[in-house]
Every structure is written in C-alpha cells, then in structure tokens.
Design a binder for this molecule. Sequence first.
Ligand code: C2E
Ligand code: CA
Ligand code: CA
Length: 617
Amino acid sequence: MCSAKNKSVSKGFIPPPIPDNEALRLKDLESLKILDTDAEERFDRITALIADVFDAPIVLLSLVDRDRQWFKSIHGLNVPETSREVSFCGHAIFEPETMVVEDAHDDPRFCLNPLVTGEPNIRFYAGAVIRGPSGLPVGTCCLIDRKPRKLTDRDRKRLVIFAKLLESELLQSVKLTRLQQETVMSAYFDPLTGLPNQRLFLDRLEQRLKIAGSLDSVTICVVNICRFSNVINAWGKDNANKALVVIGKRIKAAIKNKGTVARLSGDRFAVFTNRSKSARYERTPSHLRDPIPFELNDLFNQPVDVGGVELHLEANVGVTSYPHDGEDAASLLENAARCSKSVGACAHVQYYSQTLSDEASKAFAIEQRLRSAIANQSLHLHYQPIIDLKSGRLQSLEALLRWRDETLGNVSPADFIPVAEATGVIAEIGRWVVEEVCSQLVAWKRQYPGQLVPVTINLSTIQLMRSETAQEIESIVARAGVDSALIQLEVTESCFLKDFDSALCSMKKMLELGFKFLIDDFGTGFSSLSYLNKLPLHKLKLDRSFVSGIDHSDKCKALAKHIIALSQELGLIVVAEGVEDAAQARILTSMHCDQAQGYLYSRPLPPAEISQRFFED
Ligand code: C2E
Ligand code: CA
Ligand code: CA
C-alpha cells in the first residue's frame, strides 16, 4: 500500500524524471507549433470517440512541455494544463508505447500525487505515447478514470491506434504550416537567390514612398545583365543560375542596409535606397549624387567564378528617382527597367529621361518583333560591291541585312543588330544570313558560271565568341556545296578588346575550315596596329570616317596613307569604305589603296539588281 515514508518520495510523490535528450525533445514539440493554440474540432472529435469506446470519463491529448503538461484536447476535465511535476504523462513518455496504472493508490509514484489525493481523483491511468516529427516522445493520448480499472491487451492495442491517429493529425498540421510558409515564400521571394521578388519589392517600395515625404528622394536601380542568353547558351542553364546567385549575393553585400535588393526576373535585379537625405538645398538632384548605381555597375568588374569557369559579365544599370521620375512604385520600377535596356551599349549607368524612354520603347518593340522576323520572312539580304581601284572590276560583295517589318517599317541593322546581340537572337539570324548567302552563291554559280566573287559576311563579337559558330557555318556551307573560299568574314576590332585570346582561338578554328577574315571599320576603335600583326587577316577595311575626311583634312589623309602602307607591308589587302565621290577615289588610288566600297560605285542592292548590273549574261 501507499506510504509517504518511501525514501524517494521527498514531496510525497515521485515527479517524472527529465529525459537525457530533453532539449531535442522540446525542439520536436516546438516544431509542432501547437502549444497554446485554440481547441480544434479535429482533435476533440477523436478524444470524444475514445471516451465513448473505452467508457472513460476523462480523455486527454496531453503534450509534455518544459515545466507543464498542456492539453490540446480535453474530454471530461476543466483544466487546460497541470505542472509537469504532477503529470502521469511525464512518466509515460519514457515508455516505448504505453504506460498503464491500474490503481494509483497502489503505485508509490502516484499514491500521494495531488491529482490522486485531490481533484480529479485519478485512480486509473492509461497513456499511449505520441511522437513528434523526429520520432521523439512529445506527449500522450491518455484515458483517466476515478476508479481502478484493468486494460486488456486488445484495449491497449486500440489505445495505441487512437494515439497514432492523433499523432498523424498533429503532424499533418506541421506539414500544413510548412506548406503555408512555402506558399508565402514563393509568393514573395525568388526561389533561386532567396531575394525578395518583384511583388515584394514593389510592396516595400510603395511603403518607402509613403514615408519619403517631399524633402526625401528615393533612388531606384534596375541591374540588367547584358547578353545573358549567351551565357545560358554557352555555359548551360545550371551555370547561368549559379552566376545569378553569385551576382545576387554581391549586390546584397554591396547594398547592406543602404537599400532593399530584389531579383525581378531572369537576369534583372532591382535596388531602392533607404537613405533619406534632404535634396532641397543641393544644386544637383540627390539621385544624381547617389553613388549606388555606380557601385552596382562596379560589381561586374570582377569575373564570376562558376565551378572553375570565369564568366565576364556586364550589366546596364537603369536609374529613376522619386519624386522626379514617377509617382508610384510600379512606374518608377518600369522606367528604371526601360533605362537598363539601353540599346547597344553595355556597362552603363543610364538615368531616366523621356527621350531615353522613347529609345528604350523602340528597342523593346524591335526585340518583340525581331524574334519572329525569320519565320515571317521579313529579313532580306542586300549586297554591296567591292571594287578593285586599279581595274574598276568587281572584287567581292558584302552581304548586308535588311529588315522590313509590317508594323515598324524598315529597320536599320544599326538599330536591330545590337538588340539581336543583346537578346541572343543574333545566333539564329547569323545562321540565316549564312544560309541565304550560300543559296545565293549557288544560284549565281548556276546562272553566271565563271563570274562568281567572294561574299563577305559580318560577324558580331557575340557570334565570334560562341563556340558553336565555326561548326555551324562550316556545316551550312558544306551542305550547300559552296567552296569555303567564297565566304569571307568581317569582324571588328571590338571583337578582340574583351578577350583577345578566345577571339583569336575562335578565328583560327574558322580559318582552318577555309574561311578568310577581314577587319572591319578599322580606325574607329582601338586602332592598334600591333593587333594587325597578331591576327591572321586577309583584308583591312578602312573606316568611312577616314575616307570622308580624306579630301579636306590633312590629318585624315596622313593617317589613311600610313595605315594603307603599313597594312600592305603586313601583307593585307586594303579596302576603303564609304567612298562617295570621285575625288576620294582618286586620292585613295594615289595612296595605292587596293579596293573600294561605297555609294560612288553602288549602294547595297537586292541580288537581282546585282546580277543585272555586275554580271554578264
Ligand atoms: P558595316 O559592316 O560597316 O557596313 C557598311 C555600312 O555602310 C552599311 O550600312 C552600308 O549600307 C553603309 N554604306 C556603304 N557605302 C556607304 C557610303 O558610301 N556612304 C555611307 N554613308 N554609308 C555607306 P548598313 O547596311 O546600315 O549596316 C550597318 C551595320 O550593320 C554594318 O556596318 C554592320 O556592322 C551591321 N550589319 C549589317 N548586316 C549585318 C549582318 O548580316 N550581320 C551582322 N552581324 N551585322 C550586320
Ligand atoms: Ca561590314
Ligand atoms: Ca564597315
């Protein structure tokens, strides 16, 4: 029988011991996020059913917390919790499955327990363990009676099943909460970089504008990585994504608490500044003094290391400022995004202005239409003759793209090539040009045998740097059965500025396949004569800016003369571009320039007119 003299019963009863893994157990319980929540019918229905099945006056879903047992569901009792010290469940959680106390008066652990000696006067207790997400015991489902009872084996098994039912209901709510959290995360955060997405950015910017007031200005920047589609094409989506993560981290580290960073979509990030500084008494608008756009731009000076591959990325930063450039978050962001799409140029900080916005709109329209230009058959090639200055005979033809769009009308290649490069469409357009030139050469060969001249094709930096380009051109030319000596490739100095070695390597690959190279627009860029020596070139095209000044500027004349002489010494054939009048042609001839191209001889013409004017039937 029960005796208070029992040595271990210092308080008159034995409090439950604390498990060794208590910290982890509490963490498991905590992760359920259920403590102190309201009663829920889904649990109460089960405890009521258990009470009915076992004919028990009290049934509890009890969770054993640090210092208490808290009841998520209570049937037949009016107490929300008790101290852990007096709890039966505190003992039960040490059992693998169940703990049964048939008569508390006979059990030295409980006979003097206040819950036994006083309300609710427990005599019988049967608790089945409930486990948390990591499998640690967090509580029990227990039956309590005010009179002693026995529990058959069958009932014990049934109680365990009920406990499992409650347990799965509890775990279900963890899954549900997690799901809810994930839903919130994906609605407001970019899954790749973990940065806020456009929606959250706009929301926060709207809040920021509300507190900005009239003396405060907010700078909004959109960072747009240039030609990112080429990175995807060249290095694959996984590496491209890794690069985006690195860039996101760089931006975040650079901005710290100076602003809010977000990833808008694809290759675009956005930042707005937190700094609030009075702009009223300063002469320069504060957004123009803000260093952040330039700091963002500088982040691209360092290559991005992606699994051992160094990617040299560039970005444009479009900038708007509140209240100058827009009243609400959406228009400020949209205008900054437009600025960041500035055509052609890269690695620029571009401030918003209406003119620029018009230009950007134009680029946007071009981008949209260009994608379908090939399918719509709205691209054509014109050919411009290159003439031998001594004999006046046709030497070669330059293929020049023409685009007549249904809505935009005629768009100059000077306008759409940069957009094609920026969007990656250039690869497809480039292939189309080679195919078109090949089929034209085949047609001319059939009609005018013996009169064929080489055709030069313009290759942009992007095309030259794409590793697939050489193979693509080679297979198109081979498929058409065209001699590769009839195709020559024009590249500009800018192709070699960024990464000389890769450009040279790519060039050599094509050279081995039998294609000759010309350097185009020479004199407009870096104009390094030492380049000429290093590059395996066939011809040099002297830019028309030299030619146009040749008859009135001594400087132009002197430069042109030396470039021609030096190039010829290096074994290059020199072509003067943009020759528009006879005086220019005369001077060039006197300088021993080899060939010329320009309106004096012919504008770029459709192939039929070339045949008519330059080939003999
Ligand atoms: P570019 O390679 O320097 O081509 C020569 C440009 O000068 C052509 O402009 C041509 O129409 C123009 N031109 C020719 N003779 C004269 C002249 O006597 N006076 C003047 N003022 N201009 C003359 P276009 O056709 O507008 O092409 C512009 C640029 O677009 C080209 O410059 C080239 O860089 C690019 N482009 C054209 N077609 C292609 C192409 O198929 N692929 C690539 N990647 N770029 C192309
Ligand atoms: Ca050219
Ligand atoms: Ca040129």
